[in-house]
Design a protein around this ligand. Structure first.
Ligand code: CDP
Ligand code: MG
Length: 780
């Protein structure tokens, strides 16, 4: 092939990137180093040593799982007896006792902050109270019925709470009570009066309906979690409530943070639901534990064996771990240790993390059993969003996995860090819900002193990629981001990098305003780079939107490939027949296409397609979800008259991917450096990156040595995830913002290929000018 390898250089210095980021100085290098150091220090000072961090992939992030049978979430018809018992339970909740006072406060104020212990009935009861007060039948200015909305920071919570409330109200889920999460809307525009949704859904609704005419009141639930979407919503509401005086806003919060919300909304009243909590005794570890998993297992067994007299369970145990991996190891170790005992008292070991299948999640809610103790091993999902009844003992690892975005590298890393003091208190509190409890902290008391733990957790807005919400705010005509009322503003460098990212993909123009492309991107509920790919693919030049939509759908679900450790070789062999050697993206497309062909062949027969998937080591649930997402994207395409086109060659698809991912490109350096294939990042040429061991490119000798990648993940190495080989000339053509050809090579290349090469100085001049204007505008 044509090799113009050494002649492509990233544009350095004096150009837009560094100029814009000049304020941050040597941010990249320092940041990487200090983050690693900090993570290490965090571990050391907490005395955790080199713990079982393992892979940071597959940790407890937003779940994308959904049961095969959609109706699994449907409310079953409760029997009369069940319905009665549910109503009885309702009346026992602390919220019920203060119903009239609470409703009066809400009636008299536009904004109310509601504080209450977990389990007091905020999430399930507030909506129903408001409904009973007639908030579901208010009329909007154009005579339409207004509804009650309730936002949740997590999808799992939105779904499970909607189901619970539909049961309490004795109606079918999706009718009077419904939920909406990304790519799944289980509401009925005519019938739904109570709508649970993720905060992200409401944010997108504001795009189409800036006054939120549809709602008579909105409950922002669990605002204390301070997720990015919640924080942005808070800022938007601060402006909106002045324009819609009849809109009620209710913010619920655990005790921590409540004052912040009150001040933010100009002394909004606080209503505290009196809690019914019992004292919790707290024990710290005497020494720091080298391995928190082992320490937790030991603690659970001690509790279990010391407190089981005459086979009687005196209370269940809740263990706080950090993610799927350590939860699974903990459960496994517990079982192994129990099996070593002769005739041990029975113990039910139940894991819970958000990607766990829904039917297994439900198990933790099963009634406590006086003969069999239950130990629930959970992520921080059990801190506030899920209430497990009957817990007497809490075992707290003191750690959490936090997603931290490094804006310069465009990379999220999951870091194991000590929890904050507020989180530690929240975790302990879970032991005192039904009676006096005991918390065992697996860290020393000293670890909580001397400024070693944060008082409050760091809000997500200060540590995450902001491109998505910035694009949204720009579409909402929030032109000057610095004027936006943030509860806590994001750090300036994070803001600048995200703005720069939007400019570099063409969503913002040189003046920092939304381009036509940028406007079109907001039509899709996906990250900007992926929506750009879809938009480009429907242009005649690329003509491959059908393929790209499938690829985007496949990138939006958890891994479709199964690779169990004990059958790894078998799984790799099965995967081989799907491999397209120059592209992981095309491999994903191929897997999907073959799967869909078989699905059709089997006439949607669940058992047949399931066994086909098992044979091929594929995850049926993820593929079904991808199909769903694909259909939804197609609907958006049709609604906006974006053409659906089928490609004539794989090359078109790769070109299109190159045109949207040129900012994430790399060049092969060495095959097999200590078992890994080493690349150099083209944008930050000092940064080494590696081909992921599961990449389709492994083992083949790529003709070209340039690739674009979907994302970078840091596990044991900086791995590129989902990679496609591209022609370097494409990088020049589509990525002229970043790449040029050195003058000395220009002639040689022009004699080989017939393209109109831009003059380097022209590009540099243009970029300098652009940057200058862009910056001026941002600063103004
Ligand atoms: O929001 P808050 O933590 O104040 O309480 P909630 O979620 O409204 O829960 C009130 C009660 O409903 C608790 O006792 C839960 O155990 C119960 N509940 C349930 O049984 N199933 C659910 N999916 C949600 C709540
Ligand atoms: Mg709640």
């Amino acid at each position: 092939g044509r090799s113009i390898g050494p002649t492509i250089n990233p544009i350095k210095d004096s150009t837009s990137e560094l100029a814009i980021l000049a304020k941050t100085g040597s941010f990249i290098v320092k940041e990487r180093k200090s983050k690693r150091e900090r993570a290490q220090q965090a571990k050391e000072r907490a005395g955790y040593g080199d713990s079982k961090l393992g892979s940071v992939l597959g940790a407890d992030e937003e779940p994308e799982t959904k049961p095969y049978n959609k109706d699994e979430t449907e409310a079953g018809e409760p029997t009369n007896e069940e319905a009665e018992s549910i109503q009885k339970q309702r009346k026992l909740l602390p919220a019920f006792a203060v119903r009239s006072d609470l409703m009066r406060t809400i009636a008299e104020n536009q904004v109310t902050v509601v504080i209450g212990e977990t389990g007091s009935g905020k999430t399930t009861q507030l909506t129903q109270f408001l409904y009973e007060e007639g908030f579901g039948s208010n009329l909007s200015s154009n005579g339409e019925r207004r509804i009650i909305g309730c936002t949740q920071p997590r999808r799992v919570a939105a779904m499970s709470v909607a189901k619970r409330v539909s049961e309490e109200m004795n109606c079918t889920l999706g009718e009077e009570v419904g939920f909406a999460i990304r790519f799944e809307d289980k509401t009925d525009p005519k019938k739904t009066l109570i709508k649970y949704m993720t905060a992200g859904i409401l944010l997108r609704e504001i795009l189409a309906d800036p006054m939120l005419e549809k709602y008579s009141c909105v409950i922002m639930d669990e605002a204390h979690e301070r997720t990015l979407d919640t924080d942005i919503l808070l800022g938007l509401f601060k402006q909106l409530i002045r324009r819609r005086r009849d809109l009620k806003l209710i913010i619920t919060s655990a005790t921590m943070n409540a004052d912040r919300f009150t001040h933010f909304f100009g002394d909004a009243p606080q209503f505290t639901i009196p809690g019914r909590t019992f004292p919790v005794e707290v024990f710290f570890s005497k020494n720091s534990n080298a391995d928190y998993v082992e320490a937790a297992v030991k603690q659970v067994l001690t509790i279990h064996l010391q407190n089981t007299k005459n086979q009687k369970n005196d209370g269940d145990i809740l263990v706080f771990m950090t993610g799927q991996e350590d939860i699974e190891i903990t459960c496994q170790l517990l079982q192994e240790k129990l099996d070593l005992l002769e005739n041990p008292p029975p113990l039910d070991i139940l894991p819970i993390y958000s990607t766990l299948p829904a039917d297994l999640q439900k198990k933790i809610f099963s009634k406590s059993n006086s003969l069999k103790r239950k130990v629930v091993v959970a992520t921080n999902i059990a801190e506030t969003s899920l209430t497990v009844d009957g817990i007497k003992y809490v075992v707290d690892s003191g750690l959490v996995k936090l997603k931290v975005y490094n804006p310069k590298l465009g990379m999220d890393t999951l870091q194991l860090v000590p929890i904050s003091i507020a989180n530690a208190q929240q975790r302990s509190g879970r032991a005192g819900r039904t009676g006096p409890g005991i918390t065992y902290r697996l860290y020393t008391e000293r670890a909580t002193e001397e400024d070693k733990m944060y008082v409050q957790p760091i809000p997500e807005i200060q540590r995450t990629n902001l491109t998505n919400v910035l694009l949204l705010l720009k579409s909402l005509k929030v032109n000057d981001i610095n004027q936006f009322p943030f509860l806590d503003p994001p750090p300036k460098d994070l803001l600048n990098c995200s703005l720069y990212e939007l400019w570099s993909i063409g969503a913002l123009d040189n003046l920092g305003e939304l381009t036509e492309l940028g406007k079109a991107m907001t039509k899709f509920p996906i990250e900007p780079t992926l929506s750009k790919t879809i938009l480009l693919s429907s242009r005649p030049e690329f003509h491959c939107s059908e393929e790209i939509i499938t690829i985007v759908a496949m990138l939006s679900v958890p891994s479709v490939v199964v690779r169990p450790k004990e059958r790894a070789a078998e799984a790799d062999l099965a995967r081989e027949k799907f491999l397209i050697s120059e592209s992981d993206h095309l491999t994903l497309l191929n897997i999907y296409t073959q799967w869909e062909t078989n699905l059709r062949k089997f006439k949607n027969n669940y058992y047949k397609i399931n066994s086909w998937c098992n044979k091929n080591f594929l995850q049926l649930k993820s593929l079904l979800r991808a199909k769903d997402i694909k259909n939804q994207i197609v609907l958006i395409m049709k609604k906006n008259n974006f053409p659906l086109t089928r490609s004539k060659s794989d090359e078109d698809v790769r070109k299109c991917l190159c045109a949207s991912f040129y900012q994430q490109s790399a060049k092969l350096v060495k095959v097999n450096v200590g078992g890994a294939t080493e690349f150099l990042n083209l944008r930050h040429s000092y940064m080494k990156m590696y081909l992921h061991p599961t990449s389709s490119l492994i083992g083949s000798t790529p003709e070209s040595i340039y690739v674009i990648y979907h994302e970078l993940v840091l596990t044991t190495k900086e791995y590129m995830n989902v990679v496609t080989v591209v022609d370097p000339l494409w990088l020049l053509e589509y990525g002229s913002k970043f790449f040029y050809i050195a003058d000395k090579y220009k002639q040689r290349i022009q004699s080989v290929v017939n393209i109109d090469l831009p003059d380097r100085s022209d590009i540099e001049r243009a970029l300098e000018r652009d940057t200058h204007e862009f910056e001026k505008k941002q600063e103004a």
